[in-house]
Design a protein around this ligand. Structure first.
Ligand SMILES: NC(=O)c1ccc[n+]([C@@H]2O[C@H](COP(=O)([O-])OP(=O)(O)OC[C@H]3O[C@@H](n4cnc5c(N)ncnc54)[C@H](OP(=O)(O)O)[C@@H]3O)[C@@H](O)[C@H]2O)c1
Length: 323
């Protein structure tokens, strides 16, 4: 019988249980996927802790890659034996799973399953942020928080390829070196340096058209102070906790700022959007402009350990759970 990680009650990493599971056969529009790797993402922590509630019990994980084992009635976009990957439908921490066929994309020969599992969610998030939420152009100077993380390291490279000057916050000097090697010209070690003052200095007081903030509570209000008049605050995560509520008038006082809180799943909701986003990501990777750095690998059964490392800020780049 195949195995999966199951959560029966929300809580710490110890609630991630390795169990035998019944997978069954695909229904209409579904496929059965034999996975080779699953991606580890911060959203998995939010699901595990209950910050983003899920009906219990459930298998966490929103990203994976593998081979199509069987197809249900009416499936036309993939065949048995195709190599595919996905980001979105929960249930990824599993050796085998069922998934809607219209949520998977075929992998180009140049991308192996491990790199696919590492890149789909984080890479399409980078595509959403840099190409759609605030389209970055040559000459823009932008701030990316947690620049050495999974999403961050992809964004640094992609934004540099678009011709932007990247300022990135990181927790340690080692992470600063890592992001410098991936296109971030101005790393700021925000555990030691005041990032608002650094942004002022780097931009000669001009400040920024956009801040991408996935850290949340610890950085949110200070991020607003990095924006120029009518700049865009992109709040897209809560690694340090959800930002505190504040009155809209604060946006006026700080320069008629815009605020958006995007989630990838609304940007890849249609098949056409999914293909566009994945297609752009595969192109960036194939061209060598973006390198997917799989910095940590854990056996799927050790998902709890992977969660501990991610939450303790000890990971960099992407992390996969191997099968
Ligand atoms: N909106 C969306 O659709 C979407 C999609 C994907 C991801 N996200 C968000 O993007 C962010 C990055 O995701 P990821 O999977 O790539 O994770 P990650 O960036 O690899 O890991 C999180 C990083 O956040 C930083 N951090 C700052 N304060 C922290 C704290 N109190 N606890 C833990 N980490 C802290 C750490 O880097 P330093 O040590 O350098 O500070 C840490 O390495 C997450 O907030 C995630 O929810 C959002």
């Amino acid at each position: 019988m195949p195995h999966a990680i199951r959560i029966h009650e929300v809580g710490g990493p110890e609630v991630l249980q390795w169990e035998d599971v019944e997978v069954g056969e695909p229904g209409p529009g579904q496929i059965k996927l034999k996975q080779e790797a699953a991606g580890l993402n911060f959203i998995d922590v939010y699901h595990r802790t209950g910050l983003y509630p899920q009906p219990l019990p459930f298998t966490p994980g929103v990203e994976g890659a593998g081979t199509v084992e069987s197809v249900g009635e009416g499936v036309a976009n993939v065949n048995v034996g195709d190599r595919v990957a996905y980001a979105g439908p929960i249930g990824g921490y599993a050796e085998e799973r069922l998934i809607d066929a219209d949520r998977v994309v075929k992998l180009p020969d140049s991308i192996d399953a491990e790199h696919a599992a590492a890149m789909m969610l984080q890479g399409m998030t980078a595509q959403m942020l840099l190409r759609s939420v605030f389209p970055v152009h040559e000459g823009d100077t932008i701030l990316i928080h947690a620049a050495a993380g999974g999403v961050g390291l992809i964004m640094c490279q992609w934004a540099a390829a678009l011709g932007a000057t990247v300022i990135g916050t990181v927790g340690t000097e080692e992470k600063a070196e890592l992001v410098r090697a991936h296109g971030c010209v101005h790393p700021i070690v925000y555990s030691k340096q005041d990032f608002v003052a650094e942004v002022q200095r780097i931009t000669d007081g001009e400040k920024l058209p956009v801040v991408y903030d996935s850290v949340g509570r610890d950085t949110f209000m200070k991020s607003l102070d990095c924006l120029k008049v009518r700049g865009l605050m992109v709040s897209f995560g809560n690694a340090s906790g959800a930002p505190d509520p504040f009155p809209p008038n604060v946006l006026a006082q700080k320069g008629s700022l815009y605020l958006t809180r995007p989630t990838l799943f609304h940007y890849i909701a249609s098949r056409q959007q999914l293909e566009q986003s994945a297609g752009e990501l595969f192109e960036m990777v194939a061209s060598g402009k973006v390198k997917i750095e799989v910095q940590q690998r854990f056996p799927l059964a050790d998902a709890a350990e992977a969660h501990r490392e991610l939450q303790a800020r000890r990971t960099t780049g992407s992390t996969i759970l191997t099968i």
